[in-house]
Design a protein around this ligand. Sequence first.
Ligand code: UT7
Length: 333
Amino acid sequence: MLKRQFRAGVAGIGSAVPDRVMTNDDWAKLVDTSDEWIRARTGIAERRLCDDSTAASDLAYAAAQKALKQSGVAPAEIELIIVATTTPDYPVFPSTAALLQEKLGCARAGGFDLSAACSGFGYAFYTAAQFIENGECQKVLLICADTLSKNMDYTDRNVCVLFGDGAGAMVLARAAGAGGHLASVLGLRGSGAADLIVKTGGSREPLTAGNIQSRDKYIYMNGKSVFKFAVQIMGEATEQVLKKAGLKPEDIDLFVPHQANTRIIDAAMKRLSLPPEKVVVNIQKYGNTSSASIPLALDEACQDGRLQKGMLVAACGFGAGLSWAANLFRWGL
Ligand code: UT7
């Protein structure tokens, strides 16, 4: 168990997705694919994609406003804003957190962006919890927002059909009741960095007149390698975080996996012997929304009543890096 002065619990949650729905049939008009293939291989039926004028901070703002409202916490009470994103509004600076601090009116908050790709929620949640557990902060706003549609090659069927845009936000606060963070585990396997990568546009290969037309500015993914890694790590990391808290898979009330592929989720369910009613799956509606997928799923479960105060939640994400994160917490404060 963690050594901590205080406990960090979820005071409120919110999410936001763009209005524009892109179905599998819509994709089949653009690339050589089919509704049947996408559903069978991934579980995705449709996803939401931003229009040109919407950036990550716009979705983040909408999600954060809902989380703040649900928590009853005023923006001025927020001491820290952590934004998990790999698609910030601006490629270098300012941070998305800075834009949101101003827009939300979090007058006394510090903040930063955190880059952990599809594992972003787990990294941000663990980080936010630390600030509360060590007594540094009482109220932290964590937001996961990604617009991977902006980095997609619309002609690459291996990638474009998989991703959607979205944001999820949570207010974490000092917990006094049954709720709160119990344990987290984080991991990296940099040997797989090239399996999920955007090669140009960073300091290694800045965009130039010479490479601007190249597809290297889009997401490249070795789907098979990432799939193998994901199937192994989702079960393994969840077992590790349970062990860290002295708990067992059968103690989990709700498992909230990163929504990348139903076949990956099925493999984890089997390994952990979890029945379908304990697992949140909404990939069919949103595709893979990267860092936002876990809070989007949590928010849905909260809204439809599946998630109740005091329930033991296990969340597990994985993605580029390669990276992973698993968190265990009891819902509420
Ligand atoms: O959150 C980030 C982490 N990302 C992931 O977790 C993704 C992990 N990987 C996966 O989910 C799966 O590997 C994919 C869904 C990406 C691909 O499924 P797969 O069963 O591994 O398919 P594959 O890559 O082995 O491709 C099988 C066939 C290939 O054709 P050939 O070479 O057998 O003729 C592909 O070209 O399916 C083809 N294919 C498609 N066909 C129709 C690939 N994409 C498509 C498509 N529509 N969209």
